[in-house]
Design a protein around this ligand. Structure first.
Ligand SMILES: Cc1cc2nc3c(=O)[nH]c(=O)nc-3n(C[C@H](O)[C@H](O)[C@H](O)COP(=O)(O)OP(=O)(O)OC[C@H]3O[C@@H](n4cnc5c(N)ncnc54)[C@H](O)[C@@H]3O)c2cc1C
Length: 324
């Protein structure tokens, strides 16, 4: 009988891990459990009032040959994004920035890459809207606790949820992993009034990034802005009322000369675990006795490719253990 593996989380780490395992061990029984309605995790797109916003990861880069070759079959799911990038500051003059490597975005949406990995060459078994609350059972015969039901048994359980959630689920101490939260403000705009034609890195400000959505390849012509607050501001306002945070972010956009954002139309999203500040500094986690494992950006860094690299290294350690 083939081994049964449960993977918690269907962001880039979870779907890549499932695909890598099944490529080498096609008879493995792999199920992904994802608490959201769709896959992608922080490679996210949100719809409000007919407008689409990539409110999480803004782009990804490809620096390793392993990621490059993994992405080869999924070329249709992403494209190079070449916005004009400016540096803005409330206290200094704007100046242009040069990107020295290609920056990619999922097409037509940021989560399209994860959807592509999930679908081809054959569909992965993904169960969405399934929030795993805990584990029961014993090593090799684990059950996932989901809405009062025990789902299983599984020979192995892997969590790709952010480190604090993985720590709670798997009973591991991951307290040395540190995250910064981030507020994302999504603003539908009038094309004629769009104050930014590309993207801007913001300095000396409570904001750190603004991008115009319609400059991204494969998006419609609907004008929109996404602004990200800095980690410091987001941490300090983590539990502040959403209206207050939204108003402060809009005031700061105006301060930077980015006018025309309607307060009523703007929507705020809080990413509690947005960017990894201090990773675990281990490629992945694996406990062969307990038959539990963990992977994700938090093992290595703060980027989409780090999440993939962690999944890749976990797959290389898991395959011999699953194949015996
Ligand atoms: C605002 C923001 C901007 C960013 N910008 C960039 C950028 O420009 N470039 C870049 O490379 N990276 C960027 N990142 C980081 C990048 O998004 C992440 O590094 C990467 O997406 C992490 O992938 P992952 O699979 O490890 O985790 P995630 O994408 O977080 O996936 C984990 C999944 O686990 C699910 N989950 C959690 N708990 C449970 C549970 N109990 N049961 C079931 N499912 C669960 C979650 O819903 C999620 O789908 C940004 C992130 C944010 C938030």
């Amino acid at each position: 009988m083939s081994a049964r593996v449960a993977i918690i989380g269907a962001g880039i780490a979870g779907v890549s891990l499932a695909r890598l395992l099944l490529t080498r061990l096609p008879h493995l029984d792999v199920t992904l459990f994802e608490k959201s309605r769709g896959v992608g995790g922080r490679m996210a797109t949100r719809y409000t009032d007919g407008c689409e916003f990539d409110h999480g990861a803004q782009f990804f880069t490809v620096r390793t040959t392993a990621f490059e070759s993994f992405l080869e079959p999924y070329q249709a799911c992403f494209q190079t994004w070449e916005p004009g990038v400016t540096t803005l500051s409330p206290v200094g003059k704007p100046y242009g920035r040069i990107w020295f490597e290609p920056h990619y975005v999922g097409v037509p949406r940021m989560n399209s890459l994860c959807r592509g990995i999930m679908s081809a060459p054959d569909p992965l078994n993904v169960r969405t809207q399934q929030q795993v609350q805990g584990l029961s059972g014993c090593p090799g015969e684990w059950f996932l606790e989901i809405e009062g039901e025990s789902v299983g048994p599984f020979n192995w359980v892997v969590s790709t949820a952010p480190a604090p959630q993985t720590a709670a689920l798997l009973g591991m101490d991951l307290s040395r992993v540190v995250y910064a939260p981030a507020f994302a403000l999504m603003v539908p705009m009038d094309q004629a009034q769009l104050p930014l034609s590309g993207a801007a890195v913001i300095k000396d400000s409570l904001l750190e990034w603004v991008a115009a959505g319609s400059t991204r390849p494969g998006r419609g012509s609907q004008a929109s802005l996404v602004a990200h607050a800095s980690g410091r501001f987001s941490q300090a306002h983590l539990d502040a009322p959403a209206d207050q945070v939204r108003d402060e972010m809009i005031r700061e956009l105006e301060h930077l000369g980015l006018n025309g954002c309607s307060r009523d139309a703007a929507v705020l999203h809080r990413w509690r675990y947005a960017r990894v500040l201090e990773p675990l500094d281990e490629p992945c986690l694996i406990d062969s006795e307990q038959r539990i494992a963990g992977a994700g950006d938090w093992c290595i860094g703060a980027r989409v490719e780090d999440a993939f690299s962690s999944a890749l290294q976990l797959s290389q350690q898991l395959i011999p253990r699953l194949n015996c």
